[in-house]
Write a protein that binds this ligand. Structure first.
Ligand code: DX5
Ligand code: ZN
Length: 226
């Protein structure tokens, strides 16, 4: 039987107006966002550079207490885990390719009393999660190659979601299944039907004229899949 988590929508700050980041984060939260997806890029693991723990800390200091879903696209990720935990992350996800020892790095995240996730690139096999399921709160499926917002959804990732959904359900632990990359109002239902319960959307939300309307439409679409 499929686990029934409440579906969550997590706007990616990557598509926000960085000159008004605090305001943008407050706006999507007021518009109904559940989590804030915080994309961290280092121009090494991925060919782009975004923001570090100082920016997360600044949002916390500005009294933003939303759940911060930190997606590390940095190498070596081990070196930044403690800083992001201290800065106020609620969940940190790491790519297996970006750490020397995945099991140890996940334990390092959990030592901070926060949630841990593994991120699978489009070409990464799902077996990498098999022996670390006990440490996972979330599996993130990348439906684009990491590094940039605004890319097109890779349809083959729907099958990957289905296979991971089966593994999570067979395991029985409460592990969220998140999808990230190219999620729009016209494909979010397909991702939900394939088993995703947590939806990252950057350009689809921050690029829209009315954040609340877009998030509401996404929720309606997700509901059609159940
Ligand atoms: C890509 C990032 C995504 C991305 C999503 O490396 O991890 O979170 O910003 O942006 P959209 O929704 O525009 O594809
Ligand atoms: Zn991301």
């Amino acid at each position: 039987m499929s686990q029934s988590f409440k579906p969550l929508i997590a706007p990616s700050i990557l598509a926000a107006d960085f000159s008004r980041l605090g305001e943008e984060v407050r706006a999507v939260l007021a518009a109904g966002a559940d989590w804030i997806h915080f994309d961290v890029m280092d121009n090494h693991y991925v060919p782009n550079l975004s923001v570090g723990p100082l920016v997360l800390e600044a949002l916390r200091k500005a009294d933003i207490d939303a759940f911060m879903d930190v997606h590390l696209m940095v190498e070596p990720a081990e070196r930044l885990i403690d800083d992001f935990a201290a800065a106020g992350a609620n969940l940190i996800s790491i790519h297996p390719e970006s750490v020397r020892h995945l099991d140890r790095a996940l334990a390092q995240i959990k030592e901070h009393g926060i949630q841990a996730g593994v991120v699978l690139n489009p070409a990464t096999s799902i077996e990498v999660v098999d022996w670390v399921m006990d440490k996972l709160d979330l599996i993130l499926v990348m439906s684009v190659n990491p590094g940039f917002g605004g890319q097109a959804f890779i349809p083959a990732m729907l099958e990957k979601l289905r296979q991971l959904r089966s593994r999570i359900d067979a395991n029985g632990r409460p592990i969220r299944l998140e999808i990230d990359g190219g999620i729009k109002t016209n494909n979010i239902a397909a991702a939900a039907a394939a088993g995703a319960d947590t939806f990252v959307a950057g350009s689809a939300i921050f690029g829209s004229a009315d954040y609340a309307q877009t998030i509401a439409l996404m929720r309606e679409q997700i509901a059609t899949a159940s």
